[in-house]
Design a protein around this ligand. Structure first.
Ligand code: NDP
Ligand code: 13P
Length: 335
């Protein structure tokens, strides 16, 4: 089925964490009213009363006339044509569980950089199967984009991917602001997996920093992460794609180097000697790479791509392997 998004399509965002908050901020900049599913009562109250999210990016102010926060998921979805998913992948099913309104006639955009645990499917694959949507009705927004910077107007470049370039352009125009530039792509598969993999690699980089490796080694590690990412994409779904551009390499670099990165921070805590459990408990925000490390290993059983860095991260996170020993072993495999 062809799907053309209407020029006046109303957008709604599902989720109330940092990324959902930053995305709503962008969407309201164009002057349109944005639907917003907020399942947390405290956050809902603060948005309604003060026009800010009390738990995430609380310095971001909203014009209350431009947001329609609600804890009624059906009402939010019913009134929207474009539904933007921005909850962590591990809790996506929890967020969508109350939904009774069919998504059949909607366009769904995933802003999520993770895999649905248990199902071992990307969000695009999960939405396609579970809600019976054509891939032509599903898009992605990705790219190097820490919510903290996007919400504060720091120059950022995002990529919107849809099978139909016209839909990508229309969605992109809703997110574009003076500080956010948009590129369009049709590589749903490659961009979604690149965003998932970079989280695992940022954990490896955080571990290396925590273990005391220096900048010279980090550059080698990240160069090998980039090569491993490309090898996985080409080995699992060959296509004409340039993985040197920002939706692939750029997102990897920002997550590996930025102090805002939650995935890098998780790795850093482990590198400093925390157990995986205590590192996860220390995190106030979600590190998608933790779930992705397990999911990618499972998915890669089918593809058999050589992924020594993702395997090292898996062994440390899930098999109780020593980060120090596994990183040392990895150093013999990098070029
Ligand atoms: N943050 C960023 O810079 C970017 C994030 N993304 C992606 O966006 C997605 C959302 O991430 P982000 O907004 O950063 O997440 P946050 O860590 O900011 O927010 C976490 C969200 O998950 C909910 N949550 C946490 N634990 C549970 C649980 N046990 N059960 C149910 N819900 C829970 C929280 O609800 P509550 O507050 O009620 O606990 C909150 O809504 C991820 O896929 C991420 O990779 C993409 C680009 C940039
Ligand atoms: O996707 C992101 C930046 O593009 C956010 O990365 P972290 O989840 O590691 O903070």
């Amino acid at each position: 089925m062809e799907y053309k998004i209407g020029t006046d399509a109303r957008c709604a965002v599902i989720g109330h964490g940092s990324w959902a908050t930053a995305l709503v901020k962008l969407l309201t900049a164009g002057g349109r009213r944005v639907g917003w599913y907020v399942r947390n009562g405290e956050v809902l109250e603060s948005l309604r009363a003060e026009g800010r999210n009390s738990r995430y990016l609380d310095d971001t102010e909203f014009d209350r006339d431009r947001i329609a926060p609600s804890d009624d998921l059906d009402a939010v979805v019913r009134e929207a044509e474009v539904v933007i998913l921005a909850a962590p992948s591990a809790y996506l099913k929890t967020f969508l569980e109350p939904l009774r309104t069919p998504l059949r006639d909607k366009f769904v955009v995933s802003a999520i950089k993770g895999i649905v645990p248990g199902d071992y499917q990307t969000v695009v694959e999960y939405i396609h199967d579970r809600y019976e949507l054509s891939y032509k009705q599903i898009g992605l927004i990705s790219g190097p984009s820490h919510a903290e910077e996007v919400s504060r107007g720091k120059l950022s470049y995002l990529t919107v991917a849809c099978t139909d370039p016209e839909n990508a352009r229309l969605i992109g125009s809703r997110f574009a602001t003076d500080s956010v530039r948009i590129s369009c792509s049709t590589d749903l598969y490659g961009i979604e997996y690149a965003a998932i993999l970079k989280n695992i690699y940022a954990i490896s980089v955080g571990m290396a920093v925590g273990l005391g490796y220096g900048d010279n080694f980090l550059a080698v590690l990240i160069a090998n992460c980039a090569a491993e990412m490309t090898r996985f994409l080409d080995g699992s779904y060959p296509a004409q794609r340039n993985t040197q551009v920002s939706a692939y390499l750029g997102d990897l670099l920002v997550t590996c180097y930025s102090t805002y990165s939650r995935n890098r921070r998780l790795g850093l805590l482990i590198g400093h000697g925390c157990t995986v459990r205590s590192a996860l408990n220390e995190m106030t925000m979600v590190a998608e790479g933790y779930f992705a490390a397990d999911c990618i290993r499972h998915i890669n059983f089918r593809h058999r791509v050589e992924m020594p860095i993702a395997e090292m991260v898996y062994d440390v996170l899930y098999r109780g392997a020593s980060a120090r020993l596994r990183m040392k072993e990895l150093t013999t495999k990098l070029i």
